[in-house]
Design a protein around this ligand. Structure first.
Ligand code: A3P
Length: 317
């Protein structure tokens, strides 16, 4: 994307932000999606990637931006300047995102980029365009434990003025627990966390998906950066890995205007309500859940996840 196009992206967001509202949810094959996305879903499904494209898939707030930054740096040999060429959503388009014109959709941004592209999605496995699997694209899935994920999503929904109003925390936990409710007013965008993490987990071997955990990235970022590097068939020096780990620390990314979403105007992302780079911790759920809420959540978690053997960690011991 040229400098002019980047400028026009920022200008388009400024322009469209005047007509931004909290979009209602519409089910697509049972998954609640924001109306703009749902209404454009045929085109999204038909997207045909190149076999060199990489998919970064997550449930919202699981560490997408962090992984996009790591991958961009790995692909550019740790060159910080190159990775400051544009904000995250321009460098690594969000496949399904559609906002009011003139903001370019994810598909429009992708159509102007030459492969290999780093493509972000929050779609559950069954809604990902089949072309990704037909072309045997690489895919990285990042999963975050449910309790920290719901806390992060709650704060994000408070500040992202295009997503449905989250309402009070107490009610929000229930929306999260029953992600794909028939009543769209009591669902969360992109649906059930439980089905999302299980869907990719079940397909990971068959589709060669690299399944990584936010908590592992926090515990030992170097180990996980190296894991991603090997998956991408890259081999970078120890010094470059060290630099990438530093450049993708929470503190560094919070200060990086090309990674911290300050490119999005306040009328869309109101970071005075909650910063996009909010806390970046494991275990922040303890500051939000009451003991009763935690017990109810855990009992429901047991029920929804009993068949799945996914090694989530909600804290470090
Ligand atoms: P919190 O709200 O818990 O702080 P996504 O990119 O999928 O929207 O995820 C956003 C979450 O990842 C936010 O979590 C954000 O702070 C956290 N995050 C972003 N960059 C990070 C980094 N470099 N290290 C740790 N956490 C990071």
């Amino acid at each position: 994307m040229s400098e002019d196009e980047e400028l026009s992206y920022s200008a388009a967001i400024q322009e469209a932000s005047k007509s931004i509202c909290r979009f209602p949810l519409i089910p697509v094959k049972g998954i609640p999606l924001m109306s703009y996305i749902a209404n454009n879903f045929d085109a999204i499904s038909a997207f045909c990637p190149d076999s060199s494209d990489l998919l970064i898939a997550t449930y919202p707030k699981a560490g997408t931006t962090w992984t996009q930054e790591i991958v961009d740096l790995l692909l550019h040999n740790g060159d910080a300047e190159t990775c400051r060429r544009a904000p995250t959503p321009v460098r690594s388009p969000f496949l399904e995102i559609c906002n009011p014109p003139p903001i370019p959709t994810g598909l429009e941004l992708l159509s102007k980029m030459a492969p290999p592209r780093i493509i972000k999605t929050h779609l559950p496995f069954q809604l990902v365009p089949a072309g990704f699997w037909e072309k045997k694209c690489k895919a990285i899935y990042i999963a975050r434990n449910a309790k920290d994920n719901v806390v992060s999503y709650y704060h994000f929904d408070r500040m992202n003025l295009t997503q449905p109003e989250p309402g009070p925390w107490e009610g929000y936990i229930h929306k999260f627990m029953h992600g794909e409710c028939i009543l769209m007013c009591s669902a969360v965008p992109w649906g059930s966390w439980y089905d999302h993490v299980k869907g990719y987990w079940e397909e990971r071997d068959k589709r060669n998906i690299l399944y990584i955990f936010y908590e592992d990235m926090k515990e030992n970022p170097r180990r996980e950066v190296e894991r991603i590097m090997r998956y991408l068939d890259l081999s970078l020096s120890d010094d470059i890995i060290t630099r990438i780990v530093e450049l993708t620390s929470f503190t560094a990314m919070k200060e990086n205007p090309m990674a911290n979403y300050t490119c999005i105007p306040k009328s869309v992302f109101d970071q005075s309500i909650s910063a996009f780079m909010r806390k970046g911790e494991v275990g922040d759920w303890k500051n939000h859940f009451t003991p009763e809420q935690s017990a109810e959540f855990d009992a429901d978690y047991e029920r929804q996840m009993k068949q799945a053997d996914i090694p989530f960690r909600t804290e470090f011991y």
